[in-house]
Design a protein around this ligand. Sequence first.
Ligand SMILES: *[C@@H]1O[C@H](CO)[C@@H](O)[C@H](O)[C@H]1NC(C)=O
Ligand SMILES: *[C@@H]1O[C@H](CO)[C@@H](O)[C@H](O)[C@H]1NC(C)=O
Ligand SMILES: *[C@@H]1O[C@H](CO)[C@@H](O)[C@H](O)[C@H]1NC(C)=O
Ligand SMILES: *[C@@H]1O[C@H](CO)[C@@H](O)[C@H](O)[C@H]1NC(C)=O
Ligand SMILES: *[C@@H]1O[C@H](CO)[C@@H](O)[C@H](O)[C@H]1NC(C)=O
Length: 658
Amino acid sequence: MRLIYVLSLVVLEVVAETIAQNETQFSYNGFQGSINKLHLGGLAKILPNGVLEMSDYWPSDAYYPDDIVFEPNRLSFSTTFVFAMPPPLIPYQSSNGIIFIITSSFDFQQIPSHNCLSSSNVFAVVLGATRKADKEDIDGNHVEIYESCDKPADTAIATYYSEGVNRTLLLNSGKSMQIWIDYDEVDMMVNVTLAPFRTPKPKRCLLSKHLNLSTILVDHYKLYVGFSSGNGIAANTHYIQGWSWNQSGKAHDLDPFKLPKIPLIKHQKIWLNLLISVALLVVLLLLLIVMIMIMIIAAVWLVRRKKYKELVEPWEKVYTPNRFSYKDLSLATKDFHESKILGVGGFGKVYKGILPSTGDQIAVKRISHNSKQGMKEFVAEISSMRRLRHRNLAPLLGYCRRKGELLLVYEYMQNGSLEKFLYGKDDKSSLSWSSRFKIIKGVASALLYLHEGCKQVILHRDVKASNVLLDVDMNARLSDFGLAKFYDHNNDPQTTHVVGTIGYIAPEVCRTRKANTSTDVYAFGMFLLEVACGRRPTGKQDADTDDDAKALFLSDWVYECWKRGDILKASDPRMEGIYQENEMELILKLGLVCLHPKAEARPSMRQVDQFLDGSALLPEMSYESDPKVRDFFVEMQPLTSSSLAVLSSTNSVLRYGR
Ligand SMILES: *[C@@H]1O[C@H](CO)[C@@H](O)[C@H](O)[C@H]1NC(C)=O
Ligand SMILES: *[C@@H]1O[C@H](CO)[C@@H](O)[C@H](O)[C@H]1NC(C)=O
Ligand SMILES: *[C@@H]1O[C@H](CO)[C@@H](O)[C@H](O)[C@H]1NC(C)=O
Ligand SMILES: *[C@@H]1O[C@H](CO)[C@@H](O)[C@H](O)[C@H]1NC(C)=O
Ligand SMILES: *[C@@H]1O[C@H](CO)[C@@H](O)[C@H](O)[C@H]1NC(C)=O
């Protein structure tokens, strides 16, 4: 029994001896390779290039896979490792830093800074841990030595001695650094030396502490040596690039060329991600803004399109040169502003405008129309009218068509319509006889041109004072072809609706519904009386004490005056008798002749023109002497009155029908 006991002791002794002789030594330039160089716990991992990565926010540890044995009297050790601590994502966040630890417990989380059991034996060197409780050491840029859990045995701010001066090191700068930890059993001194990586080990150490580690190291056969990190708040990572350990002498220096490089610092990646996210966000925002802008532009465009929408039909392509864009007209007339209205008639309103493109002054007549019928011919006529050139025609520049609306564009005439001068309230606007005579001649010449001067016969169908415009030099310009009708010289005009203005419509038109040149002559006759007498063809005349002025119809009244042998009495009182009597008489008589109820008895415009310029003489007529004339007027009176009575109205009504 005793022998067995002794033997067993010897065996144990031998075993102890062999164990004692195994003084661990290794030097790892990176942790990659086939051999399991480290035992990993928690979030610790070895990157493909061999760098050990440890998390700062989740328990991570990595230790030498075998236990380490310290034999009494052989307690010295020497170790060095290269590490990098990226800056914290958020400054001053608490971090546990990197802990180099020699402990008896497997549980590396029993590390100095927190919940470390007082019973466990620990030797640790802590790099860059922040202590919230320790206000003065908030930045964590220090190195600490622990020999128990309670509090550091020694602390120093991270510096290194080089070329005679202490230089500060920023532990969490992300740069690689090297630390040397040496324990000498004889001196019982722990020396900790710090330096930037690739710098030789400084002669002076950062910390040099007298410690009796025999209790910690010897009392436990099995010790674990390695690194720990984690339980911090900051989402940082720490890296260890290489590690050398020696219990038999100085730890081997690590080979700077063999050490793996730390990856692009994670939080730089985070910054990069953040930057990319922000850039993406900005791009998205820009896209959103662009989209919103596009939508706004589209909406504006749609609104504008609706506002400026025109009616264009395929057949109108030919007439494009005659077309004005509604937009231009709208811009020219300031959106058809009230202040731009030149006149209002039964047909619609006339606006003054300035074409934005050319700066030309224009008059835009806005006629409402709903019928599509006849529009094609009408537009064709407009375009042919555009080709008409006569100094007494108000040039029609073109047209524009919208739904339910037709716009005719004329050259703007500075002096407006003749009507204004004839019936204007102020005396200043009253015209002299010579002007009136010139205007009459001008209108006659324009009508002659329309009737005979063009390829086709053109009927104006609405000759009246309000359709005669005056230019700067008070020249007459016959305008408003809105009712004009074309037909070939040899053909009969087509039957149409009765068109024109009440008072100017020849009596036969009401019966036959056919307009021809003589109906224009009739209207012209009424126009002559209008100009000479300064009165409207129908309706109440201006306040006039004269009994004769009670006459409802201008033609009747002039006729009465003539019958009494005093035709000049019918002249416009505003001229106060200042006129050429022979001319006045000519005009009044010519007016009556043109108003002959029988169309065939009326002169042609060519004859009218000749009477006016004196190249032909108006046949001398007197009521008593000429039975023909008598018949004419006997016939005329009831007919004129009745036909007008049917349509009695003081307004100028334009019946627009095609
Ligand atoms: C101790 O070292 C010897 C040779 O140096 C070796 O054969 C033996 O396996 C080692 N023992 C242990 C436990 O590592
Ligand atoms: C260098 O730093 C150490 C540790 O902080 C300190 O003890 C020492 O006095 C410093 N030496 C110089 C020269 O600053
Ligand atoms: C520790 O440093 C002191 C001087 O600072 C030196 O005398 C001693 O040899 C060093 N010990 C080790 C193990 O490096
Ligand atoms: C170191 O500690 C051990 C164990 O507590 C003790 O036996 C030894 O005497 C100590 N050495 C010195 C020099 O104090
Ligand atoms: C350990 O130290 C001894 C003696 O200095 C040396 O021969 C050996 O190479 C060292 N081993 C390592 C891994 O540093």
